[in-house]
Ligand binder design. Structure first.
Ligand code: C2E
Ligand code: MG
Ligand code: MG
Length: 658
């Protein structure tokens, strides 16, 4: 069967391009000798056939030899393919043109023109076909078209001249017309057919490319998340129908982030490719390996009878990584943490299967990495919630900031209850989980490092609102922002504060930063340095939740601070004198005493009753915050609390950017 290979480059694969050129080379190597043979036979039989012409006697051996030379060239060089094809097209076209010209104008009388035409010119279609075989030889198509036109012009000129001369040879004219018509139609049909096939191939290639991009990971060529989801669903459906098992391995390369950060992303990519190649060798033909993201891979095992089999497969993957990887002349040791989850034992759907396998992997990470664990119902649920929170928080920060809002709680004068400052408190409303309390997500943000970005967002939002209130009321109100120890220790923190202030044109005096005693963990000297710079700028500093952490009074003395906030647990005890009131009283008294000497302001947190307010006032506290005055409220409600009427805006409303 004739397999027509088309001259279209398939952009996705270099390999297919090569095979296609190789196939053509093979065909030409086989058939050029036939062309040469035709010339030599023609040459040898010229005299016996009785159709001898001087043109043939000279040109045939030349053409035959040239073809043999081209054959030789092609047999020694793969690269010569384009040249050989072009040489045949140009050489043969010239030959046919010259032969026709010679026959019509120079052949001696008595030459049987019609016999000569059929003997030679029916080879023309070969040249037409040749001109289409190589995408690189597009010029060949131009040559062929020019040649066809040339032949028509030559024939027409000849016929016209014989008509005018009154010696028209109807036989020759008939042959010329037929010859040119047949060739032109053949060329038109061939071009159209080839173009149609080309466009079909292009469409198919494009579709394949789109599919490849949609289903495969560009870096490693492995299946991507989408393909994994599809395939997992399919396999689960089969397993459901025939009561089979599906095991899923979640593999994360240990320490990849460090590798990436220190050696750069290119080296990181290279390592990932090398790792995926090694792993792929261990993966069976019925297994599916996909890259989830970054350094995370998922392997769906095709045939697993038992959990031990899945464990064995995971160990094999680990073993594949033991030999160090050579990158840029250095050898790198790589290990992996793998979590296993099995349908139907541990989960009943694809998404849960993935989540559970991920949790099991996370447990391996937390217990020292480089190991394999199977999902455990009891312990992994907590881990899973944390993982999910972390992931969703990241999404909220990057793609859905509308899930995050600030609420504000007033800090009041304990004497007059007048509003003195406001504390900004972060709220996260997740579309599926609803309100997630800061006590749950702030520690996760701290552990994952997300707090740096999250804290920056809070700071900027707080500055924006503070500016808005200032514009509304004509007088500034201090906004107090919570800053985690880790966020504070980040080298870019000071810059973040100054940028937030500058971008919103807020006076630094209207910003306060609340820190817990935990900040001193990063070294008192460094902390003091940053605090001094902030205060120098005009930003005030408060120590939050005092009494719950290290509670060293020395910090109050040594750190450059303005305010100390007494933790609400002590305030609570004050209101219930029967429960350890002495300690709470003594502590609040001591703080008040120290604060007075050090010229610090005191804010009591969590005041819920009038009794608490009175006791605190008596002890010398100036300011307080708590449900007695107001719960944390959204921005709009705070406006009312501040007695700000939006209609009394002092500046045009365009200042209130949302
Ligand atoms: P915090 O800074 O000590 O904030 C005061 C917390 O006490 C708030 O809890 C507030 O709602 C609550 N509270 C206020 N008055 C009363 C009261 O009278 N009774 C009771 N029982 N509670 C009261 P919230 O908003 O849940 O925040 C908890 C903690 O989360 C905050 O404690 C703070 O440490 C942290 N946090 C909140 N927002 C942020 C933020 O933007 N950044 C950082 N790093 N931490 C934040
Ligand atoms: Mg606070
Ligand atoms: Mg507090």
């Amino acid at each position: 069967m004739l397999r027509l290979k088309l001259p279209v480059r398939v952009p996705t694969s270099v390999a297919s391009d090569t095979t296609y050129a190789d196939e053509w080379r093979g065909t030409l190597l086989r058939f050029i000798p036939f062309g040469a043979l035709a010339f030599f036979i023609g040459w040898a039989l010229e005299i016996p056939s009785g159709q001898v012409t001087s043109f043939d006697m000279v040109v045939y051996p030349v053409m035959g030899s040239m073809l043999l030379l081209l054959e030789l060239l092609l047999s020694v060089s793969r690269k010569a393919l384009t040249f050989v094809v072009m040489a045949i097209i140009v050489g043969a076209s010239t030959f046919f043109f010259l032969k026709l010209g010679w026959l019509l104008y120079l052949a001696p009388t008595g030459t049987d023109l019609q016999a000569q035409f059929t003997e030679t010119l029916f080879w023309i279609p070969v040249v037409y076909l040749l001109s289409f075989i190589l995408a690189e030889a597009r010029l060949g198509q131009v040559v062929v078209r020019a040649f066809t036109v040339g032949m028509v012009v030559l024939a027409a000129a000849f016929m016209a001249s014989t008509i005018f001369a009154g010696n028209i040879d109807w036989g020759v004219s008939y042959a010329l017309v037929e010859l040119n018509l047949a060739n032109t139609v053949f060329l038109a049909l061939t071009s159209t057919f080839i173009r149609y096939k080309e466009s079909q191939t292009r469409t198919r290639a494009r579709m394949e490319e789109v599919e490849r991009q949609a289903y495969y990971d560009a870096l490693t060529g492995l299946a991507n998340r989408m393909r994994l989801d599809d395939e997992l669903e399919r396999r689960l459906a089969v397993a459901r129908a025939d009561g089979g098992r599906v095991a899923l391995l979640y593999l994360d390369v240990d320490g990849f982030k460090v590798f990436n950060d220190t050696l750069g992303h290119e080296a990181g990519d290279e390592l990932l490719r090398a790792v995926s190649r090694r792993l792929r060798q261990e993966v069976g033909p019925t297994d599916l390996m996909a890259r989830m993201s970054g350094d995370e891979f998922v392997i769906v095992l095709g045939e697993v009878e038992t959990a031990q089999a899945a464990m064995f497969a995971a160990r094999k993957l680990q073993a594949a990584l033991v030999t160090p990887f050579d990158l840029h002349g250095l050898s790198h040791h790589v290990s992996a943490s793998i979590g296993i989850c099995i349908y139907p034992d541990d989960a009943s759907d694809g998404a849960t299967l993935l989540r559970h396998a991920d949790s099991a992997m996370y447990r391996v990470k937390r217990s020292g990495k480089n190991g394999v664990q199977r999902y455990r119902d009891d312990s992994d649920a907590v881990v899973e919630r944390q993982r999910n929170l972390e992931r969703e928080l990241k999404t909220a920060l990057t793609a859905h900031p509308e899930q995050l809002t600030l609420v504000f709680q007033g800090i009041h004068d304990l004497e007059t209850t007048e509003l003195k400052k406001v504390e900004a408190l972060l709220r996260w409303h997740h579309p599926a989980w609803g309100h997630v309390p800061p006590s749950e997500f702030i520690p996760i943000a701290e552990r994952s490092g997300l707090i740096v970005t999250l804290g920056e967002w809070v700071l900027r939002e707080a500055c924006r609102h503070a500016k808005e209130w200032e514009a509304l009321s004509g007088r500034g109100i201090v906004v107090s922002v919570n800053v985690s120890a880790m966020q504070f220790a980040h080298p870019g923190f000071f810059r973040t504060v100054t940028d937030a202030l500058e971008d919103h044109a807020l006076q630094p005096e209207l910003l306060e930063i609340e820190l817990t005693e935990g900040i001193v963990m990063h070294g008192v000297d460094r902390v003091t340095e940053t605090l001094k710079r902030l205060r120098h700028l005009g930003v005030s500093i408060a120590i939050d939740d005092f009494g719950t952490g290290y509670s060293s009074f020395a910090y109050l003395r040594d750190l450059p601070i303005d305010t100390v906030k007494i933790d609400r647990s002590f305030v609570k005890d004050l209101g219930a004198p029967l429960h350890a009131p002495q300690f709470a009283l003594a502590l609040v008294e001591a703080i008040a005493h120290v604060a007075m000497h050090l010229d610090l302001k005191i804010v009591a947190e969590g005041i819920e009753t009038e009794a608490q307010r009175q006791v605190l006032r008596g002890l010398g506290c100036h300011l307080g915050q708590g449900f007695l005055f107001s719960r944390p409220v959204p921005r709009a409600e705070l406006r009312a609390l501040m007695h700000l009427n939006p209609t009394e805006e002092r500046v045009p409303s365009k200042t209130f950017v949302n």
